[in-house]
Design a protein around this ligand. Structure first.
Ligand SMILES: N[C@@H](CCC(=O)N[C@@H](CS)C(=O)NCC(=O)O)C(=O)O
Length: 266
């Protein structure tokens, strides 16, 4: 078993403290892209959030919110950055010198910031709460289940509309705006949302997921079993898992019916 991290381990390049979650992969994907494009060096440590390593004093000194991901730039005096948006913008401002994943035009910079802010204030928190109420809360509360699953669906609808007639969110160019939301979209099945209902989002996610750096980033520190492909595979391979998932789906459907939920977006 891997040793439990107790502090930073590198003294040069960028050190990533992360776990295989939709927020974690934002940082590992951009770091893999920068590595491939520029040879930017990075190391990582797995912060098992189930063991609450992210709440230990050595960690919260770097990331005061006690959540992953956090990066530390050893080449900038050990400068630490928390929060996906801030990590994506810091890394591209500092290391994406040819703007392969970021923008120079101030309006495009603003457009990218808007989509990243949307992910932070919308998709991430709502989908996270949907998972919580659909699966992890000590009791099934139908109002919470339909409220957060519905709000997630509404947001995915917004993304689907934004992707009409374009391959990527800003300037028809793959960028940090797309990376911010990819991890969440890649876990939508686990949140009880069918990708087939959102064809633009589905092809956008397939396009991004085909990038070698994205595949590598999604495997740091290890591939999530809740990614859309892994989830679909488990449904096929694991009868018990499939039965449990069917039950969750039925509960969500019943919760929506109980409160007269109707899909609408925006
Ligand atoms: N807004 C933050 C969210 C970070 C976040 O919620 N991370 C989760 C994992 S997906 C976490 O560390 N959870 C552990 C905990 O809540 O203690 C970001 O985008 O970086």
């Amino acid at each position: 078993m891997a040793e439990r991290p107790t502090g930073l381990k590198a003294n040069k390049g960028i050190e990533l403290l992360t776990f295989g979650t939709p927020n974690g992969v934002k940082a590992s994907i951009i770091l893999e892209e920068l590595k491939e494009a520029y040879g930017t060096d990075y190391t990582w440590q797995s912060i098992n959030i189930m063991q609450n390593i992210q709440k230990e004093p050595w960690f919260t000194k770097l990331g005061p919110n006690g959540r992953i991901p956090v990066i530390v730039d050893h080449d900038k005096g050990g400068f630490a950055v928390m929060e996906g948006l801030a990590i994506l913008t810091y890394l591209t401002r500092t290391y994406d010198t040819d703007h392969k994943f970021s923008f120079t035009d101030p309006l495009d910079i603003s457009r990218a910031e808007q989509w990243m802010a949307w992910q932070h204030g919308g998709l991430g928190p709502m989908q996270g709460q949907a998972n919580h109420f659909n699966r992890f809360a000590p009791e099934r509360i139908p109002y919470g289940m339909q409220r957060y699953t519905g709000e997630t669906e509404r947001l995915v609808g917004v993304l689907n509309t934004a992707l009409e007639g374009t391959d990527y969110l800003v300037g028809n160019k793959y960028s940090i705006a797309d990376i911010a939301s990819y991890g969440w979209v890649n876990s939508l099945r686990f949140a009880g949302i069918e990708m087939d209902d959102f064809p633009n989002v589905k092809s956008w996610a397939d396009r991004i997921g085909a990038r070698p750096a994205v595949q590598k980033g999604c495997a740091v520190p290890s591939k999530s079993p809740f990614g859309n492909d892994a989830y679909a595979q488990s449904l096929k391979d694991d009868k018990e898992f499939a039965e449990k998932e069917e039950k969750v789906k039925k509960q969500i459907k019943a919760a929506k019916e109980q409160y007269g939920y109707k899909y609408a977006s925006p």
